[in-house]
Write a protein that binds this ligand. Structure first.
Ligand code: GDP
Ligand code: MG
Length: 162
């Protein structure tokens, strides 16, 4: 079976932008409005000759109600059915309470997690990522999904974790 990589994180951190970067085309819907991706959306991907499935999810929020709760439930299912989880944080915002709650959910899943510090568009923002060590998920992978910075190294590490 083709291995599955789930991309999760708060709304608007750049999950869909990263998914598009990984699949090499603009297929996942990117929006300035949070919460556009509702379900788990799988895409075929390939890197260094290895095939895998990357799953885009809507934003994960704890204690969400109604529609937001349904979106969060889909993200949790994506985590449960993944071989590796890519957890995306917005480095321009830093780790929030919601990020920390997501980390607790990820811990319970016992899945391998790769921490991504997205929106590190320049060197100053890359340095900001050191604060994300506090999440306890190891080294933050600084990337700019929008500009492609760091995405090759990230893909190498994703495949190493599979
Ligand atoms: P999602 O809700 O987590 O899927 O986030 P999206 O991929 O839809 O992106 C939300 C917003 O963040 C959009 O306006 C993106 O263009 C923007 N964005 C995503 N990645 C980056 C990045 O690396 N740098 C910057 N500056 N903006 C980004
Ligand atoms: Mg999205």
């Amino acid at each position: 079976p083709v291995p599955v990589v789930a991309v999760v994180g708060r709304p608007n951190v750049g999950k869909s932008t990263l998914v598009n970067r990984i699949i090499g085309r603009r297929q996942a819907v990117v929006e300035d409005v949070p919460g556009v991706t509702r379900d788990r959306v799988p895409y075929d991907a390939q890197w260094n000759g290895r095939r895998f499935t990357v799953v885009d999810t809507g934003g994960w929020e704890p204690d969400a109600k109604d529609r937001a709760a349904a979106i969060a439930a889909q993200a949790e299912i994506a985590v449960q059915t993944a071989d590796v989880v890519v957890f995306v944080v917005d480095v321009t915002v830093g780790a929030t309470d919601v990020d920390e709650a997501a980390v607790r959910m990820l811990r319970r899943s016992h899945k391998p997690v790769i921490l991504v510090a997205n929106k590190a568009d320049n060197q100053n923002l890359e340095l900001e990522a050191v604060s994300l060590w506090s999440l306890g998920l190891g080294e933050p992978h600084t990337i700019s999904a929008l500009h492609g910075r760091g995405s090759g190294d990230l893909l190498d590490d994703i495949l190493n974790a599979l």
